[in-house]
Design a protein around this ligand. Structure first.
Ligand code: ADP
Ligand code: MG
Length: 694
């Protein structure tokens, strides 16, 4: 039997392979580029390309691609084969340094927002050597960043790398103040937990709504849902387990640290969690994981749904972004330390995150805003749309003590000893858990829980890294000129707590009273994507991104426009699909069944038999058909009146005038499902979809 340790990472051009296949000079030079973000020399690139191609061909690859993450939310790849004709009319396999380092895909068909004019036709992709190349489906995939010819970012990776650099630069400044002159880089780390649904392909194929929109636009709840809590951590069904086994194997071959798998709360729902890694690698790995989940499921006659809310009435799927900062010397900056100085440093990084989340709540909300995630946030299955932070009672007690100077109530808990006069001890192993908070401290990292299952993790990490970089910059500016470091440090921590404590909420985020309380505190409650997106272009946010070198003003506007347009398009597709299914599927089927009831009534009457049942059902269905027709027509009218002069107005219109009508249509049709016989109902039911895998 194959052992995992023997094949783990076998499809990755990783450090071990580089070391064995590159000369030691070339290897050292490439390592420098990877570790210190230094530029790559073309002669080095040529040697690397040659070695990479030889390795890829030996492992079955025939093509290569620059693999990138345009603003569609998925990944893009255009395959080129290695073949090149030789003098004898045969072919050789060839791959040059410049093909490795730079590609020139046609950029005109990717979303570019206002950048379209400058993105005309060509864009270019540039190798991100910090994320290893890998082989997928006989193709050597080279992780790249995607930019326009003018250098504007057209993808999610470029700004992510910029935000990681910004954070590293500022964190190093702060660490120097604590005597850590040895630190060369600070990298943010992420472990994304991924939820998904698995359903039977034979039912999926009969549901146009799942095919076109990823979610069910119709469907009455089955007699059983998630109420018995019997699916969470339940025994995994054999077919699903076989899928998971193959998925794990393929992920491991790609060096992806798939660790935990289990059944989730809703029927047919599951989760996969990897071990954390550097953020850009985690982002690449999460994209590959989502892609492989879908591909491998279909090999097993299954379909993996990554939509945030595929089924009404049971929990939807999210993604948890576990985030921290680590030095190249192996220090986790969000790990409470063992010495007084370490603890002071921990507290400074902690309050930087608190200030960042408070000042840029809007950006974190935007980072998880999508038409599909709008169904989850605030619906008591995911955190509310209000961004707040959970610290846990022990850490909270420490912050209260710093703020008020009142003695710390230790409650018999174990505290680490600390010798400094001005800073209190820190609790050891703060393991408090609060599942309802969007942003929770979990001992040595923060967990951002508002993300949707299909989201790329890039966006939230761009927001988070940039905001924290900004706060660290402000802190370093103050402390670098301080004459009395300990005192000023204490004052800075205290001031930050006082000014930003409104963002901390340790209670139940699902409770209605929190909505009221949050409003009193002046926290934002951006319930939908069209309401959240305008904050992208708020002056304070433009300043944040431009001054930290993450986005130019044009790039921010482009992202804002793409977000708004995307929202409107998604709801438009849903509306068209709902009309299509109603007019071609449900209504004709109900009508046909009605006429069979009418015939039965006629026949029975001629025999003098009671027809109460048939007449009751026929009346119900006839009234339902009439109501459904009215909603279909009103939805069609509304689609004919979409305002088009301004993206913000368009998306708000889809939110307020189209979405409720799609829901109205569903309500009418779902109410008729119990009045039509199973064989006359045109589409698979919730029972089939949620419990159909056996
Ligand atoms: P939960 O209790 O939320 O289900 P899990 O233990 O399943 O948590 O997942 C926690 C995730 O956090 C894992 O992916 C883990 O690798 C990740 N993680 C642990 N430490 C760090 C860290 N320092 N930085 C980022 N992620 C981390
Ligand atoms: Mg979690």
């Amino acid at each position: 039997m194959k052992q995992v340790q023997d094949y783990f990472g076998c499809l990755v051009f990783d450090d071990k392979v580089m070391k064995s296949r590159l000369s030691s000079d070339i290897y050292k030079s490439l390592r420098k580029t990877i570790d210190n973000d230094e530029e790559l020399d073309l002669s080095v690139a040529n040697s690397v390309a040659q070695a990479m191609k030889d390795w890829a061909v030996e492992n079955g690859a025939t093509h290569y691609t620059h693999w990138f993450q345009p603003m569609t939310g998925t990944t893009a790849e255009k395959h080129d084969s290695f073949i090149s004709p030789d003098a004898d009319g045969r072919v050789i396999m060839e791959f040059k340094g410049k093909e490795l380092v730079k590609g020139e895909p046609d950029a005109s068909s990717f979303p570019s927002g206002g950048l379209r004019a400058t993105a005309e036709a060509r864009g270019y992709t540039a190798w991100d050597p910090t994320s290893y190349a890998f082989i997928k489906d006989k193709c050597l995939c080279i992780p790249t960043a995607f930019c326009s010819y003018g250098g504007e970012a057209l993808d999610k990776k470029t700004p992510l790398l910029r935000s990681m650099q910004a954070l590293s630069k500022q964190a190093i400044r702060v660490l120097k103040l604590f005597g850590h002159n040895e630190v060369k880089t600070v990298k943010t780390t992420v472990g994304p937990e991924q939820e998904y649904f698995i359903i039977d392909k034979k039912y999926y194929d009969q549901r146009p709504d799942l095919i076109y929109t990823g979610r069910t636009l119709f469907g009455a709840m089955s007699p059983k849902g998630q109420e018995l809590d019997d699916h969470y951590f339940g025994t995994i069904k054999t077919r699903v387990q076989e899928f998971m086994n193959e998925l794990n194997e393929e992920l491991w071959k790609l060096g992806i640290l798939a660790k935990t798998e289990h059944n989730e709360v809703a029927p047919a729902q599951h989760e996969l969690a990897p071990i954390f890694s550097t953020t850009n690698v985690a982002a690449d790995h999460n994209q590959i994981t989502m892609e492989l989940m879908q591909k491998i499921a279909s090999k097993h006659g299954l379909v993996c749904l990554l939509h945030e809310k595929p089924f009404k009435g049971v929990n939807g799927s999210g993604k948890h972004n576990n985030w921290s900062m680590s030095t190249n010397t192996g220090l986790n900056l969000l790990e409470p330390g063992a010495t007084p100085a370490d603890n002071a440093q921990f507290l400074l990084f902690l309050v930087a995150v608190i200030k960042a989340v408070d000042e840029y709540q809007d950006l974190l909300r935007i980072s998880c805003a999508s038409a599909s995630n709008d169904f989850r946030l605030g619906a008591n299955e995911a955190p509310p749309a209000i961004i707040s932070m959970f610290l846990g009672s022990e850490l909270q007690a420490v912050l209260d003590h710093i703020e008020t100077g009142k003695p710390l109530n230790c409650d018999g808990k174990t505290f680490l000893k600390i010798g400094a006069d001005v800073l209190p001890p820190l609790p050891k192993d703060s393991t408090d858990r609060n599942r309802t908070s969007p942003f929770a401290f979990t001992g040595n990292k923060f967990e951002f829980r508002a993300l949707g299952s299909s989201d790329s993790i890039s966006c939230c990490n761009i927001m988070l890294n940039t905001a924290v970089a900004e706060e660290l910059k402000q802190f370093a500016d103050i402390l670098e000129t301080s004459k009395s470091f300990d005192k000023d440090l204490h004052e800075l921590i205290k001031k930050t707590i006082i000014e930003h404590k409104r963002i901390i909420f340790n209670g139940n985020g699902y409770d209605q009273s929190w909505v009221v309380e949050a409003e009193k505190r002046g926290l934002l409650n951006l319930k939908s994507t069209p309401e959240a997106l305008p904050y992208y272009i708020a002056p304070k946010n433009i300043k944040l991104f431009t001054s930290n070198g993450i986005y130019s003003e044009t790039e921010i506007h482009a992202r804002y426009e793409i977000g708004q347009e995307h929202y409107a398009k998604v709801v438009n597709i849903e509306a068209l699909t709902a009309i299509d299914m109603a007019t071609k599927g449900y209504l004709p089927a109900i009508s046909k069944y009605s006429s069979s009831l009418a015939k039965t009534i006629e026949a029975k009457k001629s025999l003098g038999v009671d027809t109460t049942y048939e007449e009751y059902e026929l009346n119900t269905l006839s009234l339902g058909l009439k109501n459904a027709l009215a909603v279909v027509n009103s939805l069609k009218d509304a689609l004919g009146n979409v305002p088009e002069e301004d993206v913000a107005k368009t998306s708000l219109y889809y939110r307020n005038d189209i979405l409720p009508k799609i829901e109205d249509l569903r309500t009418v049709i779902d109410s008729l499902e119990g009045h039509v016989s199973k064989e006359n109902w045109p589409y698979p039911t919730y029972g089939d979809l949620l419990f159909g895998v056996r």
